[in-house]
Design a binder for this molecule. Sequence first.
Ligand code: RFL
Ligand code: PHB
Length: 392
Amino acid sequence: MNTRHTPVCIIGAGPAGLLLGHLLRAEGVECVVLEQRTPDYVLGRIRAGVLERITVSLLERLGLDQRLKAEGLPHDDVLLADGERLIRIDLADLVGQHVTVYGQTEVTRDLMAAAVPRGLPVIYGAEDVRLHDIAGDTPHVTYTHEGADHRIDARFIVGCDGFHGPSRRAIPVGIGREYERVYPFGWLGILADVPPCGAGLIYANHERGFALASQRSATRSRYYIDVPVTEDIANWPDDRLWDELETRLGPEAAATVTRGPSIEKSIAPLRSYVFAPMRHGSLLLCGDAAHIVPPTGAKGLNLAASDVYYAAEALTAFFLRHDNDAIPRYSDKALNRVWQAERFSWSLTRLMHRFPDDGPFERAMQVAELDYIATSRAAQLSFAEQYVGLPV
Ligand code: RFL
Ligand code: PHB
């Protein structure tokens, strides 16, 4: 068994794990990141696209924002379509902020490229990662790598290993509580190298279902529609998907859609989930390891970034200022923002999707809420404040 010691062992090299690793390294706190997959596999996952201020500011703070500044697309507004009209929420006018469209893949690529130059050790292909003795002050992690057994002794372990990783599961049953809502549909996404729809970011609630128009760059589009969670992707050849998207987005937006062959197409189930508390003993959880939001509010990656902000703050207070109170405060601070984002994502999902069990009353509630948003500056302000992200 090869054993090494490090103050912080981070499990998972997705955006949360890499961002935390860089923030700790920048403060001089040593850490090691363990990732079960290969770099190519991690970069192959097409996920988030909309960055809030907190995510952008952490990349700025690390000086890893050159490509983001050059290629990220600031969006001053977001649109809600209800089959008849386009309701424009002017983020810049309402709250003086914008969101930035820059793919999660690109964020991860930038963080990955800086790891070696900045001395952040990331071990890819770490198999059978297990957490031990997390309740006390001397936890350790075991794993195998290229056939050999390894052990890392750490003062803290941070679980950034996503919803299916081993960290959250290492917490004994009965210590935490799970809050969950599973939705009866998934999002069928398509990525295509065609110019994006001219109207910008549009969330549409059409009688045939939900649609979202987004983008990755001036030449790459990302669209979604909702489908039953049991749907087989083989039923959705590109032409059928483009037809359905155009119908659901409505004629005004559809007129600016450019079609093209898909370069990626997949179905993602929708779920709301929170595990609380987000710390047990020497284990802290960050990002999807602790919570999932439906993608409707574009909050998942941004919540991972705010968790990491709080975790880095607590860990640096512990190691650099010998402040023993910061770690116990981590979970409450992080959860405060998590619950706000959970509520927003859940309510936007409720507003913009046709649920199979909904009747005329539920539909009337959607129409009333969309009318309120369309006509009230106060309603738009509330939406905008949450869409650009509440302060950390
Ligand atoms: P990740 O990205 O899942 O990374 C976890 C990492 O841990 C590794 N891992 C392990 N490593 C070692 N040992 C093990 N046993 C391990 N098990 C797992 C994994 O291989 C992986 O590398 O979690 P992280 O870092 O917390 O990041 C969270 C985000 O990825 C996620 O919240 C977002 O993608 C959600 N999301 C969106 N978020 C936004 O903020 N804005 C968006 O516009 C947005 N759109 C989306 C989304 C998610 C989607 N899907 C597919 C769920 C759109 C979609 C369709
Ligand atoms: C995306 O571009 O992938 C995207 C945009 C907005 C969302 C979710 C995903 O709410």
